[in-house]
Design a protein around this ligand. Sequence first.
Ligand code: SF4
Length: 701
Amino acid sequence: MPAFKSYKTTCSYCGVGCGIIAKKDTKGVITVEGDPDHPVNRGMLCSKGMNLHHVVQDKSDRILYPEMRWSKGHDRQRVSWEQALEKAVAVFSTIIKKYGPDSVGFYVSGQCLTEEYYLVNKLAKGFIGTNNVDTNSRLCMSSAVVGYKQALGEDSVPIAYEDIELADCFMIAGANPAWCHPILFRRIEAQKEKNPNTKIIVVDPRRTQSCDIADLHLQILPGTDVILYNAIAKRLIDRKKIDKNFINNHTNDFEKLKESLRSTSLAEAAKLCGITVAEIKKAASYIADAKGFITLWAMGLNQSSIGVNKNNALLNLSLLTGHIGKPGSGPFSLTGQPNAMGGREVGGMANLLAAHKNLANDDHRREVANFWGGKEISPKPGLTATEMFDALESGKLKAVWIICTNPLVSLPNANKVENALKKAKYVIVQDISHRSETTEYADLLLPAAGWAEKEGTMTNSERRITYLNKVIDPPGEAISDSEILWRFARRMGYHGFDYNSAEEVYKEHCLLTKGTNIDISGLSYTRLKEEGSFQWPVPQNNHEGTSRLFEDKKFYTDTGNAKFVVPRFTKPTSELLTEDYPLILTTGRVRDQWHTRTKTGKVNRLLTHISDPFLEMNQVDAFLLKLKEGDIVVVESKRGKVQVKIKVSDTIKKGVVFLPMHWGKVLGNDYGRANNLTTNIVDPISKEPDFKFTAVRVSKY
Ligand code: SF4
């Protein structure tokens, strides 16, 4: 008999979605290794994934039992689950009765399992009667979602990781996969090693580690992406390096795009972007010569006041060249979180409905409401992430239920968020760890089970659904997020929440997808456990899943054609630089930390790479400000300030500074909380915050 038992599961960090084998020995000690049979990672794991067992094993920070304040201003005290849920029901019922259903909201996470996401949406939209359900995925993918819907008719990533091994040109835009999606990057690296003629273009104001394999680094100024992609499009059109056959037969509005680019000048574009005409021409020639062309992008495009337009402009390059729906080709948004896509499948945003149905469509709302058997669903979109905290601050929103996320560190303008939480009538926080700074403001704190302590499913960046096994019991009185939600719903008197397992929730979700573009009615827990992961759609029990969409060139739009969308804004609409605030701050991740460090921050091995926050600044800017490596500086914007150590480099564009987004109030002060500085400006359509452009000044502390 083996000394351990093996469980197949999936990494809980980024959207790459690597398969993991968790091994539990007879004493309950867990180790992890990459699953050699998983099609995503083929046994590989990055530093974060290979240290996941340390996170699970260290229980020192865990929330072990429900805690409640008997009144504001008092410390929380341990209570039973009975008392906790009774209080949650009493507070929500009273507030809803007095102020209406839109006076409460749920702020959840792309780290929730699909079943949990499904339940919170069903509860809020179908029974409480509010669409105030939003998620930290709003900070991540919402601009890409709008871009896909406008161009392809559906929030649908067309390609699969296996296309990486079939492509000969990659354009990595506003992303640093070498650090943020490492296993996917290894596959691109391997493709380049095997086929040295493969061209790699990286678009980024910073020369990141992803540039190490680049043939061309377009070091543009933040916010100028649309200008660059339009210039490349113009060059491709002028040189007749476009796929006329594909454009004529499978797209709409090419002439509109062409007309909009009529006066585009490569010289002017190059000047605005801060690069050379030769670089634009080179990028266009790489794309023109490609047999398989993949665009990969992440937060550099999405987290912008013109995030949707940036997506539109990049998607146009795939459509112009016909590089979609065929091997080795297509646009590929890189999901930041492990289950941002699964969350969207069940309607996990304030403007979405379950099973990718349309909230604005009367028939769709009726269909979902009838399926759930609850209330009519409101056509009014709910509050988005930043709107929810604005409404808490203004008093319009009275109570918020925060699940598996730490908005006090991750949302923009953190001081405003802090103020909102102070002003809220009632705050429920459901999480695994006391390390989340947001728990400080919880009136009711609910202990949730973490990774490996519950079962469920997640969907990665390439539409791949994987089953996650329960390996161990959660500590103390923690229970799964699903169980917390269904127990609360039952106490509220809502029928239709008589679940006994995550599998029952999953089955219901699958049924609702039947006949939709994301149909997974042929994918059961049994198949996931026995056959492994599948890419949606999986419409029948014997269906093998769908690795690539649009091979038949039938898109999900009304006409069946893909659509060129002319970006409305070309130039940035971000906060203006002034004499007082002359530098552009951009924020992002470092290799071994994840989000707000509630998990990775407690693993010593992950602190050996970068242990503290830092401000990266170009050497010329540092010289002009008389600053040197290691100096402590004060970074100030119109909203707040932080103190941080400076890192002088020649890898960041002059005029731009970079601060990692992971750190909260280090040592209880504002040492490195990047979001003290960031703005409330959001993209007008996607409502995704403009994290990549804040006007700041820097001075010696
Ligand atoms: Fe986990 Fe992403 Fe690393 Fe894979 S690449 S092990 S999913 S963090």
